[in-house]
Design a protein around this ligand. Structure first.
Ligand SMILES: NC(=O)c1ccc[n+]([C@@H]2O[C@H](COP(=O)([O-])OP(=O)(O)OC[C@H]3O[C@@H](n4cnc5c(N)ncnc54)[C@H](OP(=O)(O)O)[C@@H]3O)[C@@H](O)[C@H]2O)c1
Length: 303
């Protein structure tokens, strides 16, 4: 149920009379019948007198709740703490606004930027603390995406687990991208979220398929080929880079070719957060707007 419906039911259960009360909501109450009836209707039926809204609903199918409430005589105040409201809504808001899932790219690398050793083994580069942290993120997203290369090399289960190894209540969709089959005995067919195989090399197509399934937040977990394809297409909204104090010297780098041929063409990011996780460091960063086609400076970095 939507938050308004749940909050009203909770108030009723506790014996509170909400007639004449003020409802404070992050997102404009919806005005459409989805899995539940319209929230605007529920607020009116409950006799709410005033509604304070932070962010207007960007979904055309659901918008209009504020107008309906006003038309029925409710005092509606919109745009309160809008910036904080947008932040609270997280990945959901940009996903609905842009009609494609919000994409977080996860990298787990050695200090020299590698994601596996020369023989392809990669368990484990990062510490248990980092892996615990990454599982919490998995439990938060709607889908985890990997390329067939990772599915075949690592035989991952792509599940979200609690500290004691049990599956968490919410399991994200497990999405494999590429033409090769996932073998019948693979862990991806075991317990966990539904397995979706998208037989394409086009990140846009992956996001189209997932948007159609109402996926709002996607975690791309690699490997290097798929990660580079998402970056080149400009579809990465946020990078979570777990860096472990390990040196490998050989083995696949975190990213395949990005098409960057000179330093002025580098894909630059702005760090948002740096977290210490045991011996590792997690850098959360967002890609800056694409560089203009020609760089303005040709000065080489001083060393
Ligand atoms: N430490 C980490 O964070 C981490 C995470 C993941 C993987 N890894 C390591 O990465 C290695 C695997 O690397 P990888 O690059 O093969 O993995 P990948 O990116 O998962 O898979 C690459 C494959 O995906 C398909 N594909 C999907 N989109 C594509 C595109 N736009 N362009 C080209 N191919 C595309 C192709 O296979 P088809 O022929 O089937 O179409 C391609 O061979 C393993 O050693 C694994 O352990 C490490």
């Amino acid at each position: 149920a939507h938050a308004e419906v749940a909050a009203l039911a909770d108030a009723r259960r506790r014996g509170h009379d909400v007639r004449g009360a003020t409802a404070v909501v992050t997102l404009e109450p919806c005005d459409h019948t989805g899995r539940t009836g319209p929230c605007s209707r529920a607020l009116l039926d409950a006799g709410i007198a005033r509604v304070v809204v932070s962010v207007a609903d960007p979904n055309p199918a659901a918008a209009g709740g504020a107008d309906r409430l006003r038309a029925a005589g409710v005092d509606v105040l919109e745009g309160v703490l809008a910036e904080q409201g947008r932040e609270t809504l997280g990945a959901w808001l940009p996903a609905v606004e842009r009609a494609r899932p919000f994409v977080t790219l996860k990298l787990a690398t050695s200090l020299d930027g590698r994601v596996a050793a020369a023989d392809g083994s990669s368990r484990w580069i990062t510490s248990p603390q980092s892996r615990r942290h990454a599982h919490d993120l998995r439990a938060d997203v709607d889908a985890i995406v990997v390329g067939t290369g990772t599915a075949l090399a690592d035989d991952p289960s792509l599940t979200a687990r609690t500290a004691d190894g049990a599956l968490t209540h919410h399991q994200p969709l497990r999405v494999v991208v590429g033409h090769r089959d996932v073998p019948a005995g693979a862990r991806l067919h075991g317990p966990g979220g539904e397995l979706v195989h998208v037989r394409t090399h086009d990140p846009r197509e992956v996001l189209r398929v997932l948007h159609e399934r109402e996926v709002r937040h996607v975690l791309v977990e690699g490997g290097p080929t798929l990660a580079a394809a998402f970056l080149r297409a400009g579809f990465v909204d946020e990078v979570h880079a777990y860096v472990a104090p390990v040196l490998l010297g050989a083995g696949p780098p975190a990213l395949a070719d990005l098409g960057v041929t000179t330093i002025t063409g580098a894909l630059r990011l702005t760090p948002r957060e740096v977290v210490h996780l045991g011996p590792d460091v997690l850098v959360v960063a967002t890609p800056d707007a694409p560089a203009p086609p020609t760089g303005t400076s040709t000065t080489s970095e001083e060393s």
